[in-house]
Write a protein that binds this ligand. Structure first.
Ligand code: NAP
Length: 308
Protein backbone atom coordinates (compact mmCIF):
# COMPACT_ATOMS: atom_id res chain seq x y z
CA UNK A 1 0.00 0.00 0.00
CA UNK A 2 1.29 3.47 -0.86
CA UNK A 3 2.36 5.57 2.12
CA UNK A 4 0.29 8.68 2.91
CA UNK A 5 2.25 11.86 2.08
CA UNK A 6 3.88 13.55 5.06
CA UNK A 7 2.43 16.99 5.73
CA UNK A 8 6.04 18.18 5.91
CA UNK A 9 9.45 16.82 4.97
CA UNK A 10 12.56 18.73 6.02
CA UNK A 11 15.78 18.25 4.06
CA UNK A 12 18.73 18.73 6.39
CA UNK A 13 19.18 18.28 10.13
CA UNK A 14 21.18 21.41 10.95
CA UNK A 15 19.90 24.24 13.16
CA UNK A 16 17.42 25.49 10.51
CA UNK A 17 15.99 22.03 9.83
CA UNK A 18 15.82 21.03 13.49
CA UNK A 19 14.13 24.31 14.45
CA UNK A 20 11.59 23.77 11.67
CA UNK A 21 11.00 20.25 13.04
CA UNK A 22 10.48 21.52 16.60
CA UNK A 23 8.02 24.18 15.46
CA UNK A 24 6.23 21.68 13.18
CA UNK A 25 5.68 19.13 15.91
CA UNK A 26 4.46 21.81 18.31
CA UNK A 27 2.01 22.95 15.62
CA UNK A 28 0.70 19.39 15.34
CA UNK A 29 2.34 18.67 11.97
CA UNK A 30 3.98 15.28 11.60
CA UNK A 31 7.34 15.78 9.95
CA UNK A 32 10.24 13.76 8.65
CA UNK A 33 13.79 15.13 8.78
CA UNK A 34 16.11 13.66 6.14
CA UNK A 35 19.81 14.05 6.89
CA UNK A 36 22.63 12.35 5.02
CA UNK A 37 25.18 12.48 7.85
CA UNK A 38 24.69 13.47 11.48
CA UNK A 39 22.13 15.89 12.85
CA UNK A 40 23.59 19.31 13.48
CA UNK A 41 25.24 19.72 10.09
CA UNK A 42 28.18 22.12 10.16
CA UNK A 43 27.49 22.91 13.84
CA UNK A 44 28.29 19.32 14.75
CA UNK A 45 31.75 19.85 13.22
CA UNK A 46 32.41 23.04 15.16
CA UNK A 47 34.40 22.99 18.36
CA UNK A 48 33.07 25.76 20.57
CA UNK A 49 30.21 28.12 19.79
CA UNK A 50 30.40 31.40 21.63
CA UNK A 51 27.81 33.54 19.86
CA UNK A 52 24.64 31.52 20.30
CA UNK A 53 22.48 33.11 23.02
CA UNK A 54 21.84 31.27 26.23
CA UNK A 55 25.28 29.76 26.69
CA UNK A 56 27.57 32.18 28.51
CA UNK A 57 31.01 30.63 28.24
CA UNK A 58 30.01 28.90 25.00
CA UNK A 59 28.82 25.41 24.12
CA UNK A 60 30.48 22.65 22.11
CA UNK A 61 29.04 22.20 18.60
CA UNK A 62 28.21 18.49 19.00
CA UNK A 63 26.43 19.19 22.30
CA UNK A 64 24.29 21.99 20.83
CA UNK A 65 23.42 19.77 17.84
CA UNK A 66 22.50 16.84 20.06
CA UNK A 67 20.31 19.02 22.25
CA UNK A 68 18.42 20.37 19.22
CA UNK A 69 18.00 16.85 17.80
CA UNK A 70 16.86 15.49 21.17
CA UNK A 71 14.26 18.28 21.44
CA UNK A 72 12.87 17.53 17.97
CA UNK A 73 12.81 13.77 18.67
CA UNK A 74 11.17 14.18 22.08
CA UNK A 75 8.33 16.01 20.34
CA UNK A 76 7.91 13.11 17.89
CA UNK A 77 9.77 14.29 14.77
CA UNK A 78 10.83 11.35 12.60
CA UNK A 79 14.38 11.07 11.25
CA UNK A 80 15.77 9.26 8.22
CA UNK A 81 19.44 8.99 7.30
CA UNK A 82 19.76 9.12 3.52
CA UNK A 83 20.91 11.45 0.76
CA UNK A 84 18.45 13.38 -1.38
CA UNK A 85 19.22 13.02 -5.07
CA UNK A 86 16.31 14.88 -6.68
CA UNK A 87 13.02 16.56 -5.86
CA UNK A 88 10.12 16.31 -8.31
CA UNK A 89 6.60 17.73 -8.31
CA UNK A 90 3.42 15.74 -8.88
CA UNK A 91 0.60 18.27 -8.72
CA UNK A 92 0.89 19.81 -5.26
CA UNK A 93 2.91 16.89 -3.93
CA UNK A 94 6.68 16.96 -3.56
CA UNK A 95 8.48 13.72 -4.33
CA UNK A 96 11.84 13.39 -2.59
CA UNK A 97 14.06 10.79 -4.28
CA UNK A 98 16.73 9.26 -2.07
CA UNK A 99 20.08 7.64 -2.85
CA UNK A 100 18.91 4.53 -0.96
CA UNK A 101 16.24 4.04 -3.64
CA UNK A 102 13.21 5.24 -1.66
CA UNK A 103 10.90 8.09 -2.64
CA UNK A 104 9.27 10.08 0.15
CA UNK A 105 6.17 12.18 -0.60
CA UNK A 106 5.15 15.36 1.20
CA UNK A 107 2.72 18.24 0.91
CA UNK A 108 5.26 20.85 2.03
CA UNK A 109 9.03 20.81 1.88
CA UNK A 110 11.62 22.79 3.82
CA UNK A 111 15.04 22.75 2.18
CA UNK A 112 17.64 23.27 4.91
CA UNK A 113 20.52 21.32 3.44
CA UNK A 114 23.27 23.81 4.30
CA UNK A 115 26.65 24.29 2.63
CA UNK A 116 29.66 22.14 1.90
CA UNK A 117 33.26 23.37 2.08
CA UNK A 118 34.90 24.68 -1.08
CA UNK A 119 38.06 23.00 -2.30
CA UNK A 120 41.04 25.12 -3.23
CA UNK A 121 41.69 23.09 -6.35
CA UNK A 122 45.49 23.01 -5.97
CA UNK A 123 47.81 20.08 -6.70
CA UNK A 124 48.15 17.72 -3.73
CA UNK A 125 44.85 18.77 -2.14
CA UNK A 126 42.99 15.61 -3.15
CA UNK A 127 46.02 13.32 -2.93
CA UNK A 128 46.68 14.24 0.72
CA UNK A 129 43.04 14.50 1.84
CA UNK A 130 42.92 12.49 5.09
CA UNK A 131 46.75 12.37 5.14
CA UNK A 132 47.36 15.91 6.28
CA UNK A 133 44.77 17.89 4.31
CA UNK A 134 41.55 18.50 6.23
CA UNK A 135 38.41 20.65 6.09
CA UNK A 136 37.54 20.05 9.76
CA UNK A 137 39.80 21.07 12.62
CA UNK A 138 37.28 19.87 15.21
CA UNK A 139 37.40 16.37 13.66
CA UNK A 140 41.10 16.07 12.79
CA UNK A 141 42.90 18.63 14.97
CA UNK A 142 43.87 16.07 17.60
CA UNK A 143 46.08 14.27 15.02
CA UNK A 144 48.28 17.36 14.87
CA UNK A 145 49.15 17.74 18.54
CA UNK A 146 52.55 19.45 18.77
CA UNK A 147 52.84 19.83 14.97
CA UNK A 148 53.26 22.80 12.62
CA UNK A 149 50.05 23.35 10.66
CA UNK A 150 48.72 25.77 8.06
CA UNK A 151 45.21 27.17 7.87
CA UNK A 152 44.14 28.69 4.56
CA UNK A 153 41.45 31.38 4.42
CA UNK A 154 40.59 34.63 6.14
CA UNK A 155 36.92 34.30 7.10
CA UNK A 156 35.25 33.42 10.40
CA UNK A 157 35.75 29.69 9.81
CA UNK A 158 39.48 29.94 9.08
CA UNK A 159 40.22 32.14 12.07
CA UNK A 160 37.95 30.25 14.48
CA UNK A 161 39.52 26.94 13.50
CA UNK A 162 43.04 28.42 13.63
CA UNK A 163 42.26 29.34 17.24
CA UNK A 164 41.11 25.80 17.99
CA UNK A 165 44.24 24.36 16.36
CA UNK A 166 46.46 26.75 18.31
CA UNK A 167 45.46 24.85 21.46
CA UNK A 168 46.73 21.57 19.98
CA UNK A 169 49.43 22.32 17.45
CA UNK A 170 52.88 23.73 18.12
CA UNK A 171 52.35 26.53 15.62
CA UNK A 172 49.58 27.65 13.28
CA UNK A 173 50.37 29.57 10.09
CA UNK A 174 47.24 31.42 8.96
CA UNK A 175 47.62 32.05 5.25
CA UNK A 176 45.37 34.65 3.65
CA UNK A 177 45.25 35.90 0.08
CA UNK A 178 44.73 39.56 1.09
CA UNK A 179 46.26 41.90 3.70
CA UNK A 180 43.08 42.05 5.78
CA UNK A 181 41.00 39.30 7.37
CA UNK A 182 37.32 38.97 6.57
CA UNK A 183 36.57 37.44 10.00
CA UNK A 184 34.72 39.39 12.71
CA UNK A 185 36.88 41.61 14.94
CA UNK A 186 36.64 39.48 18.07
CA UNK A 187 38.14 36.50 16.21
CA UNK A 188 40.79 38.68 14.57
CA UNK A 189 41.83 40.05 17.97
CA UNK A 190 42.06 36.58 19.47
CA UNK A 191 44.19 35.36 16.55
CA UNK A 192 46.52 38.37 16.80
CA UNK A 193 46.95 37.72 20.52
CA UNK A 194 47.61 33.98 20.26
CA UNK A 195 51.35 33.44 20.70
CA UNK A 196 51.52 30.49 18.35
CA UNK A 197 49.49 31.87 15.43
CA UNK A 198 51.32 33.82 12.75
CA UNK A 199 49.58 35.54 9.88
CA UNK A 200 50.97 35.24 6.38
CA UNK A 201 49.43 37.99 4.27
CA UNK A 202 48.88 38.43 0.53
CA UNK A 203 49.81 34.83 -0.05
CA UNK A 204 48.35 32.00 -2.10
CA UNK A 205 48.78 28.32 -1.34
CA UNK A 206 49.81 26.78 -4.66
CA UNK A 207 50.50 23.13 -3.86
CA UNK A 208 50.42 20.65 -0.99
CA UNK A 209 53.68 18.74 -0.97
CA UNK A 210 54.74 15.46 0.58
CA UNK A 211 55.30 11.77 -0.01
CA UNK A 212 52.91 9.57 2.00
CA UNK A 213 51.93 12.44 4.28
CA UNK A 214 51.93 16.23 3.97
CA UNK A 215 55.37 17.73 4.42
CA UNK A 216 54.93 21.31 3.23
CA UNK A 217 52.72 23.80 1.48
CA UNK A 218 54.10 25.79 -1.44
CA UNK A 219 53.33 29.51 -1.12
CA UNK A 220 53.32 32.46 -3.49
CA UNK A 221 53.68 35.94 -2.00
CA UNK A 222 51.61 37.94 -4.49
CA UNK A 223 53.22 41.42 -4.18
CA UNK A 224 56.79 40.15 -4.69
CA UNK A 225 56.17 36.98 -6.69
CA UNK A 226 58.41 35.13 -4.23
CA UNK A 227 57.77 31.40 -3.85
CA UNK A 228 58.69 29.19 -0.90
CA UNK A 229 57.82 25.89 0.74
CA UNK A 230 56.53 26.18 4.30
CA UNK A 231 57.16 22.93 6.23
CA UNK A 232 53.88 21.78 7.85
CA UNK A 233 52.28 18.44 8.71
CA UNK A 234 48.71 19.61 8.34
CA UNK A 235 46.86 21.89 5.92
CA UNK A 236 43.38 23.00 6.99
CA UNK A 237 41.36 24.61 4.21
CA UNK A 238 38.59 27.12 4.99
CA UNK A 239 37.89 29.05 1.81
CA UNK A 240 34.13 29.34 2.08
CA UNK A 241 31.42 26.96 1.04
CA UNK A 242 28.79 26.28 -1.55
CA UNK A 243 25.13 25.51 -0.97
CA UNK A 244 23.94 21.91 -1.28
CA UNK A 245 21.05 22.52 -3.64
CA UNK A 246 21.86 20.50 -6.78
CA UNK A 247 18.90 18.16 -6.17
CA UNK A 248 16.42 21.04 -6.56
CA UNK A 249 18.20 23.30 -9.04
CA UNK A 250 15.76 22.42 -11.85
CA UNK A 251 12.74 23.48 -9.76
CA UNK A 252 13.30 26.66 -7.74
CA UNK A 253 14.85 30.03 -8.60
CA UNK A 254 18.46 30.30 -7.49
CA UNK A 255 21.38 32.68 -7.59
CA UNK A 256 24.20 31.79 -10.02
CA UNK A 257 26.12 30.44 -6.99
CA UNK A 258 23.28 28.02 -6.16
CA UNK A 259 21.71 29.80 -3.17
CA UNK A 260 17.91 29.53 -3.19
CA UNK A 261 16.06 32.80 -3.83
CA UNK A 262 13.69 33.23 -0.89
CA UNK A 263 12.84 36.11 1.42
CA UNK A 264 12.62 36.19 5.21
CA UNK A 265 9.41 34.17 4.97
CA UNK A 266 11.50 31.43 3.34
CA UNK A 267 9.06 31.08 0.40
CA UNK A 268 10.73 29.95 -2.81
CA UNK A 269 9.45 30.38 -6.36
CA UNK A 270 7.53 27.09 -5.98
CA UNK A 271 4.46 27.08 -3.70
CA UNK A 272 4.97 24.64 -0.84
CA UNK A 273 8.77 24.59 -1.07
CA UNK A 274 10.60 26.69 1.50
CA UNK A 275 14.32 27.40 1.98
CA UNK A 276 15.83 27.89 5.44
CA UNK A 277 19.33 28.45 6.80
CA UNK A 278 22.58 28.66 4.83
CA UNK A 279 20.99 27.53 1.52
CA UNK A 280 18.88 30.69 1.37
CA UNK A 281 20.25 33.84 -0.30
CA UNK A 282 20.79 36.13 2.68
CA UNK A 283 23.39 38.39 4.25
CA UNK A 284 24.26 36.40 7.40
CA UNK A 285 25.06 32.74 7.85
CA UNK A 286 24.96 32.15 11.59
CA UNK A 287 23.35 29.54 13.85
CA UNK A 288 21.06 32.22 15.26
CA UNK A 289 19.88 33.28 11.80
CA UNK A 290 19.43 29.63 10.73
CA UNK A 291 17.25 29.07 13.80
CA UNK A 292 15.25 32.19 12.86
CA UNK A 293 14.76 30.83 9.35
CA UNK A 294 13.52 27.49 10.69
CA UNK A 295 10.89 29.29 12.74
CA UNK A 296 9.85 31.61 9.88
CA UNK A 297 9.66 28.72 7.43
CA UNK A 298 7.22 26.91 9.69
CA UNK A 299 4.86 29.86 9.83
CA UNK A 300 4.87 29.89 6.01
CA UNK A 301 4.41 26.09 5.88
CA UNK A 302 1.35 26.31 8.16
CA UNK A 303 -0.20 29.07 6.02
CA UNK A 304 0.48 27.05 2.86
CA UNK A 305 -1.05 23.82 4.22
CA UNK A 306 -4.14 25.69 5.49
CA UNK A 307 -4.67 27.05 1.97
CA UNK A 308 -4.54 23.64 0.25
P1 NAP B 1 33.73 33.09 3.97
O1 NAP B 1 33.20 34.08 4.93
O2 NAP B 1 33.19 33.03 2.59
O3 NAP B 1 35.31 33.28 3.91
C1 NAP B 1 36.09 32.56 3.00
C2 NAP B 1 37.53 33.01 3.11
O4 NAP B 1 38.30 32.23 2.23
C3 NAP B 1 37.71 34.49 2.73
O5 NAP B 1 38.65 35.08 3.59
C4 NAP B 1 38.26 34.39 1.31
O6 NAP B 1 39.16 35.42 1.00
C5 NAP B 1 39.03 33.09 1.35
N1 NAP B 1 39.06 32.45 0.03
C6 NAP B 1 38.02 32.16 -0.77
N2 NAP B 1 38.44 31.54 -1.89
C7 NAP B 1 39.79 31.46 -1.78
C8 NAP B 1 40.80 30.94 -2.62
N3 NAP B 1 40.52 30.38 -3.79
N4 NAP B 1 42.08 31.03 -2.20
C9 NAP B 1 42.38 31.59 -1.01
N5 NAP B 1 41.46 32.09 -0.17
C10 NAP B 1 40.18 32.03 -0.56
O7 NAP B 1 33.56 31.58 4.52
P2 NAP B 1 33.54 31.03 6.03
O8 NAP B 1 34.62 31.62 6.84
O9 NAP B 1 33.47 29.55 5.90
O10 NAP B 1 32.14 31.54 6.58
C11 NAP B 1 30.91 31.20 5.91
C12 NAP B 1 29.74 31.86 6.65
O11 NAP B 1 29.59 31.26 7.92
C13 NAP B 1 29.98 33.34 6.89
O12 NAP B 1 28.74 33.99 6.76
C14 NAP B 1 30.46 33.41 8.31
O13 NAP B 1 30.15 34.63 8.95
C15 NAP B 1 29.71 32.23 8.95
N6 NAP B 1 30.48 31.68 10.09
C16 NAP B 1 30.33 32.26 11.32
C17 NAP B 1 31.06 31.81 12.40
C18 NAP B 1 30.90 32.45 13.73
O14 NAP B 1 30.04 33.29 13.89
N7 NAP B 1 31.70 32.17 14.72
C19 NAP B 1 31.97 30.76 12.25
C20 NAP B 1 32.11 30.20 10.99
C21 NAP B 1 31.39 30.68 9.91
P3 NAP B 1 38.66 36.95 0.82
O15 NAP B 1 38.45 37.46 2.20
O16 NAP B 1 39.80 37.58 0.10
O17 NAP B 1 37.42 36.88 -0.01
Amino acid sequence: MEQEPYPLVILGGGPAGLTAAIYAMRAGLTCLVIEKAVAGGAVFLTDKIENYPGFPGGILGPELSQRMEEQAKSLGAEFLQDEVTRVELEGNLKLVKLAGGKTVTSRALVVASGCQPNRLGIPGEDKFYGRGVSYCAACDGAFFRGAEVAVIGGGDSAVQEALLLSKLAKHVHLIHRRDQLRAIQVLQDAAQQAKNISLIWDTLAQEVEGEDQVKAVKLLHKPTGQKRSLPVEGVFIYVGGKPITGFIRHLVEMTPEGYIQAGEDCKTSVPGIFAAGDVRKKPTRQIASAVGDGCNALKAVEDYLLGL
